[in-house]
Design a protein around this ligand. Structure first.
Ligand code: KIV
Ligand code: ZN
Length: 436
């Protein structure tokens, strides 16, 4: 199957910034925009220039500095917004005005207090005006997934006539489900005859389905995905860029699509955003959470030490995470414990390790994560320091441990004592009992 190119539209600096606690100043936005450029996104939505002087300045600065990706700015469907967006964008190498107007009856009646006819006219006029300023115009019918489908298509046809080259279909309130969204995208594709018009998705995560809905839309013919780093955004957030990029790469067998994303830049982007906003990444967040490549259960640690493919579907390095980690806790087994002891310069036979292991489990039950200094105290207490291996003997692993320790300074989310995986295996470690 031929692999189709998916345009990755990052809206971390606009929709993402709208999430509580995530606002950024001009310098911070510029810093993140440089990282988005390194990450290889195709479009950076830099802000909503009418919203504030700061947002205007940020869009202007990004438009003037970042030259490879398209730079988009948001505008409501009215002249002042569109003019302001254009003023901020006009220095860009590739500017895009993104116009939006709600189309669902609930938004028209209660929020905008306009009729469908007025909505249709306003959308068309706004896009025509935007097009008179900028060659690249995107239109979003806000709350598209709760809009009556026939009316939605009428609006989309009208804005294409007026000059929109991208039709973005937002699931504004995170209400849709994959099969339903795919059917909507297919229907829109059939109605919009112009082949050059790009269909885009913009999914919110209120039901935890934003990534699944975005991928379903792609299978139905959408070729642009709007998403954010760490999935930040209004309420439960937007579709997470790193999850989409990784899914497309890891499951290329089922997804014949490719992106320009440099996946090794995913973790650095996630860390930078978290550092700027001071909003931590949830530990179990797919791809970029600190537990995404951490293993505590003994059976898993044993499998990982024998072959990482047993419990990891991608290498941590492929998404920019420095290393997998074997975390020593109450679920850990002798295999990982013995390896860590070796890395700390202590080698034990089975009987000795057994004794350490029993004490280790009691300790782990109390303190959750057993750090190196705890382990050293336990070893000292059990066997004294007589079992210490001469440095030359442990060099390779000790060096690896030190390297991981050093890297974890650059990535403060990592615990200070991860266990790097080693490809060297002792024959007696093949005993499966060592994993439990
Ligand atoms: O969620 C939404 O509907 C939006 C639009 C402005 C695209 O963010
Ligand atoms: Zn949104």
């Amino acid at each position: 199957m031929e692999s189709a190119r998916i345009t990755m539209f990052d809206t971390t600096l606009r929709d993402g910034e709208q999430s509580p606690g995530c606002s950024m100043n001009v310098q911070e936005k510029l810093r993140l925009a440089h990282q988005l450029d390194r990450l290889g996104v195709d479009v950076i939505e830099a802000g909503f220039p009418i919203a504030s002087e700061g947002d205007f300045a940020a869009v202007q600065a990004i438009a003037a500095t970042i030259r490879r990706p398209t730079i988009a700015a948001l505008a409501r469907a009215c002249r002042p917004d569109i003019e302001r967006a254009w003023q901020a964008l006009k220095g860009a190498e590739k500017p895009r005005i993104h116009v939006f107007l709600a189309t669902s009856d609930i938004h028209l009646r209660y929020k905008l207090k306009i009729s469908r006819e007025e909505c249709l006219q306003q959308a068309e006029d706004a896009v025509r005006f935007a097009k008179s300023l900028c060659a690249d115009v995107e239109f979003s019918p806000e709350d598209a997934t709760r809009t009556e489908p026939e009316f939605l298509c009428q609006v989309l046809e009208a804005v294409v006539e007026a000059g929109a080259s991208t039709l973005n279909i937002p699931d504004t309130v995170g209400y849709t489900i994959p099969t339903e969204f795919a059917a909507l995208i297919s229907m829109i594709r059939q109605r919009i005859k112009n082949e050059k018009v790009m269909i885009s998705t913009h999914c919110h995560n209120d039901l935890g389905l934003a990534v699944a809905n975005s991928l379903a839309a792609v299978e139905a013919g959408a070729r642009q995905i709007e998403c954010t780093i760490n999935g930040i955004g209004e309420r439960a957030g937007n579709a997470s860029l790193e999850e989409i990029a990784a899914a497309l790469r890891v499951r290329a067998d089922r997804y014949p699509y490719h992106t320009g994303i440099v996946t090794e830049q995913l973790f650095p982007a996630s860390q930078m955003l978290s550092d700027i906003t001071k909003v931590p990444v949830q530990p179990n967040k797919a791809i970029t959470g600190r537990n995404a490549f951490a293993h505590e259960a003994g059976i898993h640690q044993d499998g990982m030490l024998k072959n990482p493919l047993t419990y990891e579907i991608m290498t941590p390095q492929s998404v920019g995470v420095p290393d997998s980690k074997l975390v020593l806790g109450k679920h850990s087994g002798r295999h990982a414990l013995g390896l860590r002891c070796e890395q700390l310069g202590h080698q034990f036979d089975r009987r000795e390790l057994d004794e350490i292991y029993r004490k280790f489990v009691v300790l782990a039950d109390k303190i959750k994560h057993v750090q190196d200094h705890h382990l050293l105290e336990l070893i000292e207490h059990t066997h004294g320091s007589s079992r210490r291996i001469p440095p030359a003997h442990v060099d390779a692993r000790a060096t690896a441990a030190a390297a991981v320790g050093a890297r974890s300074t650059n990535f403060p989310e990592l615990p200070s004592t991860p266990l790097p995986l080693s490809s060297e295996h002792q024959p007696d470690q093949e005993d499966y009992l060592w994993g439990v």
